[in-house]
Every structure is written in structure tokens, then in C-alpha cells.
Design a protein around this ligand. Structure first.
Ligand SMILES: [Zn+2]
Length: 358
């Protein structure tokens, strides 16, 4: 039986922009809604799912990715929450404790898979992390959750090949900056075209730096891209590269803002699209899934889809008519996508080609 471990940071509600007096889409309702949905759906009553407690991460864990000066800056800002350490980032007096607990849940999710206790795991944590670099933070992120887990798995567990796959609508720029020169960590980010969405980074031409050229992959998705385009990218590039890289672990930066109801982005994934990618990843590799973005009302539904895909449980029916969704979009979407996919394949050809004709 495939066992899936679940962790979540119980103190996450103490990281709340309302404590500083203003609302933010990245708020405690996100995890509250997910947990309520999972409980009400009955899905987590299945024997395949187990909740685990976690101890807070240590400074040593954080310093594997971030600089001491940066950590001091975040701490200083928590003492004076009117100060912001970066763009679109807020802190509260308890934010540092919340982050330590969130990172503890992330590391526990990794441990569960490393020890074989679980085949896959899901850390439902906030704040998100993929925009945070070694000495900077942006876009609601304070510390790089996936990066800290990857370094932990390298240094403590001795893993030599780790893949970090980002399916959040926003480019995984913080993760990229932490691993752009590391051949042992393959970073694949599929995100909305950086010309139309924050952080305005993650170009197809960005493939890492020596000695790790080709080990960072950025796929720019035109606005309104949906399930068919994600499938093509996954089948024709992501899976083929992953097969060749042969990761011992996949860390999935799983944002729900590529969903068609997301107000902060313009992509059209449905629950079928999420399920298919995660199911395919989980059928070949052990996957530690981390909650990243997503700011609409269906986060609970999508979290249940993640769990179904990880556990190999059949998905529920799609919530929209795919034909209507495809018919409603701009005719240029597919043409731009095909062009981008072709550019990406050409750029990566020296490192991961030749590509099979399909
Ligand atoms: Zn996002």
C-alpha cells in the first residue's frame, strides 16, 4: 500500500498580515480552508494517509541556503513589523517561529520519504518559499522551503541527485538563484510567461551557470495555457529530462495559482491537469510535495487532488468542460506555446537531447 505522510504547521495563523493592519492574499485562511475541506471530504480517513507532527527546524538548517545577515534581517523585521524585508513580503512578531515550524514540517516530510516510512509526503505549510533567495525575499516568501529541504537531503541524508519541480504559476526564481550552479539539483519551473507575471524572471534562455548548464529549466507558458499544454511540456521535456537525470527524490513546489479560477494569474489548469502531472511524477519517483501559492476558493479541492494523485486513488470528475475552456481562449495561445516549447528544446538539446519525435 502506498503510504502518504502529511504535515502542516499548526502555528501558521500567527503569520497574518492583518496583525499589521492590512489584508493580503497570502493569509491563514488558505491552510484553514484546506484542512477543513480535507476533513469534510472524508478522504483523509483512508488508511493511506497519515498525519505527522514535526519539530521546528534549526538555524543550521536555514543557513544551508540563506546567509546569516539575511536571517538577522528577517529577525530584526519581526521586532519592528512596520519594516518589510522585501517586495510584497510581510512579517509579524511571531513570523520567525512560524517559519521555523513550517520548515520543520518540510524536513519531516523529507524524513518520512528518506526513511521509507512513506512513499510520498505532503507538507501543507505557509508562508510559501520559492521566491526567497539566499539573501533576499519576495512575493510572500521568507525562506526557501524546497531549497532548505534539498540541502538537508544532500548533507544529512547523502542524496546526490534531487529534482525540484515548480508548477506554481510564478517562476521559481528564488530556488533558481540557490541552485543555478549545482549539478546535483535539477530545477524545472513551468510558469506563466514572465512578461505578464511577477517575478518577471524565468526565461527559456536561463538554463543555469557553469558547471551546471542545463540543470535549470524554465518553461514560459503563454496566458490561458491549460491541461493540453502542461501535458505536452511534461511528456516531451520534463519527464524525458527527469528520466535521464534519475533523481533519488523529487521535491514538488506545488502552487495552486495555475488553476483556472486563480485571480492573481491567467493560466487554465483544472483538477485533471494537476492530477495527471502529480500522478505521473509519483508513479516513477518519491515526491515530497510542498504547498506554494494559490489564492482562490478551491485550495481544499486541489489539495485533495494532490493526495489522490500521490496515493494513486482515482481522481474525481473534472469541474469544468474542457472543450468550453479551450474554446473560450485566445487562438494565439497554442501557437505561442508550440513556439516556446520548440525554443526550449533547442536550448536544452546539448544537455538533454536528442528529443524523441512524438
Ligand atoms: Zn505563485
Amino acid at each position: 500500500m502506498t503510504r502518504v505522510g502529511i504535515t502542516f504547521n499548526k502555528n501558521h495563523y500567527l503569520h497574518d498580515s492583518l496583525l499589521n493592519g492590512y489584508p493580503c492574499p497570502e493569509n491563514p485562511l488558505r491552510i484553514k480552508n484546506i484542512l477543513e475541506y480535507l476533513e469534510n471530504s472524508g478522504l483523509i480517513d483512508d488508511d493511506k494517509f497519515h498525519f505527522y507532527d514535526a519539530s521546528p527546524a534549526s538555524m543550521r538548517d536555514i543557513l544551508r541556503v540563506h546567509t546569516g545577515e539575511y536571517v538577522d534581517l528577517i529577525k530584526a523585521c519581526t521586532r519592528d513589523p512596520r519594516q518589510s524585508p522585501g517586495k510584497d513580503v510581510y512579517v509579524c512578531p511571531s513570523s520567525f517561529d512560524v517559519v521555523l515550524q513550517a520548515l520543520g514540517c518540510v524536513l519531516k516530510a523529507g524524513e518520512l520519504v528518506a526513511t521509507g516510512e512513506c512513499k510520498h509526503s505532503y507538507a501543507i505549510i505557509r508562508p510559501p518559499g520559492h521566491h526567497a533567495g539566499p539573501d533576499s525575499c519576495n512575493g510572500f516568501c521568507l525562506f526557501n522551503n524546497s531549497g532548505i529541504l534539498a540541502r538537508y537531503m544532500q548533507e544529512v541524508k547523502g542524496l546526490e541527485r534531487i529534482a525540484i519541480v515548480n508548477i506554481d504559476a510564478h517562476a521559481s526564481d528564488g530556488t533558481y538563484s540557490a541552485f543555478e550552479a549545482d549539478q546535483q539539483v535539477l530545477c524545472i519551473s513551468i510558469h506563466q510567461n514572465q512578461k505578464t507575471l511577477y517575478p518577471f524572471k524565468g526565461f527559456i534562455r536561463d538554463i543555469g551557470v557553469r558547471p551546471a548548464l542545463g540543470y535549470c529549466i524554465n518553461m514560459e507558458m503563454p496566458t490561458e495555457s491549460g491541461n493540453p499544454e502542461y501535458s505536452l511540456f511534461y511528456d516531451e521535456v520534463a519527464e524525458k529530462v527527469l528520466d535521464k537525470f534519475d533523481p533519488q527524490l523529487v521535491i514538488l513546489e506545488c502552487g495552486f495559482d495555475a488553476y483556472h479560477k486563480e485571480p492573481l494569474a491567467k493560466l487554465n489548469l483544472t483538477i485533471d491537469g494537476y492530477y495527471r502531472m502529480i500522478f505521473k511524477l509519483a508513479s516513477k519517483w518519491s515526491v515530497v510535495t510542498l504547498l506554494e501559492g494559490g489564492y482562490h476558493d478551491d485550495l481544499g479541492l486541489l489539495a485533495s487532488v494532490v493526495l489522490r494523485a500521490l496515493a494513486g486513488i482515482e481522481n474525481i470528475g473534472d469541474e469544468v468542460d474542457q472543450i468550453d475552456l479551450l474554446a473560450s481562449r485566445h487562438v494565439k495561445t497554442r501557437k505561442e506555446f508550440n513556439n516556446n516549447l520548440s525554443l526550449l528544446k533547442t536550448r536544452l538539446e546539448p544537455y538533454w537531447g536528442p528529443w524523441d519525435r512524438s
